[in-house]
Design a binder for this molecule. Structure first.
Ligand SMILES: CC[C@@H](C(=O)O)C(=O)SCCNC(=O)CCNC(=O)[C@H](O)C(C)(C)COP(=O)(O)OP(=O)(O)OC[C@H]1O[C@@H](n2cnc3c(N)ncnc32)[C@H](O)[C@@H]1OP(=O)(O)O
Length: 288
């Protein structure tokens, strides 16, 4: 059944040089990079914050919704970050222009709205977010504006979440007829606990920062960038080596349940491209 699904996928993708026998995340990234728009950039934070870098999602006309090429960029970003050439202590994941990430770019989503594409897209994202969670330094999501759907999933995968007082965060996937499928489910359960996670997913509530701090999902709320930097400077009081050692020790406790990841991808792909998703997407819903 699984092999049949994959071979069907690749029959469809074969014109794009993706074939069942040679599928890799790299090839999926090459394929998805043809769905252009937006970019992902990595920069050092600055001299006053040694060992800290930023990864910025930038697709301002879509509230930083992720296109295929941004998904590919994220994949290539992990290649760079895993090398850790700058000997980082922390990576800040953020969005440009006052918004974290509104999930998948819905124009891209509409172009890949069938189960096979859904499976390939979520497999690449699941691979990328797993790599993000296992980077040798800590990751901090800095959430301004909206973090919705896949954007909330990306934030969940980071080690630490810090949000602006007016941020809005919601696992709204259900509202467009799908589930989280980017490998985020175990992290959502880790951050909320089992029952609160199911509650957040099955109600698709859009939370404010205070609510999420009380639930333990957010570690800090800031009002101004100066407040954020004050928070960030706490990490400068510890040398890079013990920070990396701490991260290494903690991620060793993470059990990567491969079967659960596969179930996550399959249930995602079983809904992706279905009548329900297509009907809900055509409503152009907003989630506030
Ligand atoms: C699909 C993948 C799935 C997953 O795998 O997890 C998900 O990610 S599910 C979540 C998908 N995201 C959404 O459904 C978001 C829908 N958008 C909104 O709810 C709102 O736009 C907003 C994000 C709450 C922002 O509201 P507001 O501040 O009022 O701005 P506008 O609504 O006027 O938005 C400006 C502009 O941006 C476009 N936009 C916003 N988000 C997306 C998106 N995800 N994809 C594509 N375009 C997006 C919005 O349509 C506006 O465009 P214009 O009308 O052309 O100005």
């Amino acid at each position: 059944m699984f092999l049949k699904r994959i071979s069907n996928s690749f029959r469809q993708f074969s014109t794009n040089k993706l074939k069942p026998a040679n599928f890799t995340p790299q090839r999926a990234a090459e394929y998805l990079s043809t769905f252009e728009g937006g970019k992902v950039t990595i920069e050092l934070y600055g001299k006053e914050f040694p060992g800290i870098a930023t990864l910025t999602l930038d697709n301002p006309t879509k509230k930083n919704g992720l296109t295929g090429s941004m998904m590919a960029d994220l994949h290539y970003s992990m290649d760079r970050l895993e090398k850790d050439e700058q000997n980082l202590r922390a990576l800040i994941i953020q969005g440009s222009n006052g918004t974290f990430c509104s999930g998948g770019d819905l124009d891209f989503v509409k172009k890949i709205c069938d189960s096979d594409h859904g499976y390939i897209m979520c497999s690449l994202m699941s691979h990328t977010l797993t790599r993000l969670s296992r980077l040798p330094f800590i990751s901090i999501s800095k959430i301004e504006g909206f973090a919705l759907g896949g954007g909330a999933e990306l934030a969940s995968t980071c080690d630490i979440r810090v949000a602006h007082a007016k941020a809005k965060i919601g696992f709204v996937q259900g509202r467009i007829g799908v589930t989280p499928g980017w490998g985020g489910l175990p992290f959502i359960v880790r951050n909320f606990g089992y029952s609160r996670a199911l509650e957040a997913l099955c109600t698709a509530k859009v939370f404010n920062s205070l609510e999420l701090q009380k639930l333990g999902f957010l570690q800090e709320i800031y009002e101004t960038n100066a407040d954020f930097e004050k928070y960030l400077s706490r990490y400068l009081s510890i040398e890079v080596e013990p920070i990396k050692a701490m991260k290494k020790g903690v991620i060793a406790l993470q059990k990567r349940d491969l079967e659960a990841f596969e179930v996550e991808r399959r249930v995602f792909a079983s809904l992706w491209g279905g009548e329900l998703q297509k009907a809900l997407l055509s409503e152009n819903r907003k989630h506030k």
